[in-house]
Write a protein that binds this ligand. Structure first.
Ligand SMILES: NC(=O)c1ccc[n+]([C@@H]2O[C@H](COP(=O)([O-])OP(=O)(O)OC[C@H]3O[C@@H](n4cnc5c(N)ncnc54)[C@H](O)[C@@H]3O)[C@@H](O)[C@H]2O)c1
Length: 373
């Protein structure tokens, strides 16, 4: 007995270099190496070489470096995934774009709209794809909510809500003094700002009013920590939104969204691990999800899979179709809201988003073949 020959299409996997091998970079690396057949993890760079060696060893990656420039200038790499700290994002996007690489970058795209604009200009000039890590768009329930809004089921949005409660413990926040001021707006609530912008298609965020405090770790407030925040956003179509966050939900990782409109309401998200619910003498109960990489495992994988599709499309000279793909304008609009919210929390006054940046229309939505808008 011998094997029969089975024709296998040369899939030419998209070769990706990872920049930043920390918490989320490691998860994305696993997605590329293990869960996205059309992609291959070809190289990993991070100044923390032991972290790179551990990750690359586990996933069978032979090209490693302490210097992101090695990945960016590698002619065998098609695209880079940036999961380094925020202060490096804009510079790395620009450098990768100038080297002709497609770019997936974690949020936020930069610390200021100006540095993000420079990076996006470089990407425009090079004609490369740039996608940002707004993974909620890829969660099945949030994507279904957007589709229902597109289909008119909710009518015109009037009240909107989005919340992020990061998982915590009774010990409180570990090393709160190491959390940079503004993190709650720039790295946490920026997910909510993108979600709200995206769930109100065609409208712009106009005015932001934020109230924030250090209620979990009050001793770190003097160092600039804000661990609890509520932000109201008014939109150009009149909708009024509330975004809120806290860094220490003892019951798990809790992400929810809600759009109430002239025709009804749609909700998405929640901390329950599954729909299994116990009914006992103690009451009604359900297990909760503890980690972002558990709650959003599929969504994180899907967003990188969608990016890989866009890289392949550019390589093949085709239109990069994607229903929900967050691009430069989306990253810019969410960042402008985050910066306005930070400024508002500091001053106690409402802030017009236009004082941060003139916003751009959201990315056009290309619909997958066979689907209508
Ligand atoms: N989308 C999400 O849900 C999500 C979740 C977590 C983190 N993030 C974002 O991902 C980014 C990284 O967060 P993290 O939690 O993984 O942080 P982390 O601290 O765990 O990892 C950051 C890694 O970057 C490395 N690094 C430092 N300087 C570098 C450089 N110049 N070039 C390359 N690598 C460098 C560090 O050594 C570290 O290994 C942040 O922007 C964060 O907001 C997004």
């Amino acid at each position: 007995m011998s094997y029969l020959q089975h024709p296998v299409e040369d899939a030419k996997p998209v070769r990706i270099g990872l920049i930043g091998a920390g918490w989320i970079g490691s998860f994305h690396a696993e997605s590329i190496a293990l869960r996205i057949p059309a992609a291959r993890l070809d190289a990993v760079a991070d100044p923390d070489l032991p972290a790179v060696e551990a990750l690359a060893g586990r996933l069978g990656v032979s090209k490693i470096s302490a210097d992101p420039a090695d990945v960016i200038n590698d002619p065998d790499i098609d695209a880079v995934l940036i999961a380094a700290p925020v202060r490096f994002h804009a510079g790395l996007i620009g450098a990768a774009a100038r080297a002709g690489k497609d770019v997936f970058c974690e949020k936020p795209g930069g610390r200021t709209v100006e540095e993000l604009d420079e990076a996006l200009d470089a990407a425009d000039t090079a004609g490369v794809n740039v996608q940002f890590g707004f993974n909620r768009r890829y969660a099945a329930d949030f994507a279904a909510a957007r589709k229902l809004i597109d289909d008119g089921v909710v009518g015109t949005p009037q009240l909107m809500r989005s919340l992020t409660r990061d998982p915590g413990t009774s010990a409180g926040i570990a090393n709160p003094e190491r959390i940079a001021p503004g993190t709650i707006f720039l790295e946490t609530l920026i997910h909510d700002f993108d979600t709200l912008n995206w769930l109100n298609p065609g409208a712009f965020p106009v005015r932001v009013h934020a109230v924030a405090d250090a209620l979990v770790a009050p001793e770190a407030k003097a160092g600039g920590l804000l661990d609890t925040a509520v932000v109201t956003i008014t939109y150009s179509n009149g909708a009024i939104a509330v975004a809120e966050a806290n860094f220490n939900a003892l019951y798990g990782y809790d992400v929810r969204g809600e759009v109430f409109g002239s025709a009804g309401m749609v909700t998405a998200g929640g901390p329950q691990e599954s729909s299994a619910t116990t009914y006992t003498a103690a009451g009604i109960g359900a297990a909760t999800v503890r980690l972002n990489v558990d709650l959003f495992r599929e969504a994180y994988t899907a967003e990188v899979g969608d990016f890989v599709d866009a890289v392949k499309a550019r390589r093949d000279g085709a239109l990069a179709k994607g229903r929900n793909r967050p691009g430069g304008a989306d990253a810019r609009n969410a960042l402008a809201v985050a910066l306005a919210a930070f400024r508002s929390a500091e001053s106690g006054m409402p802030v017009d988003v236009a004082t941060i940046a003139a916003l751009l229309p959201a990315e056009p939505q290309f619909h997958p073949v066979g689907e209508t808008a």
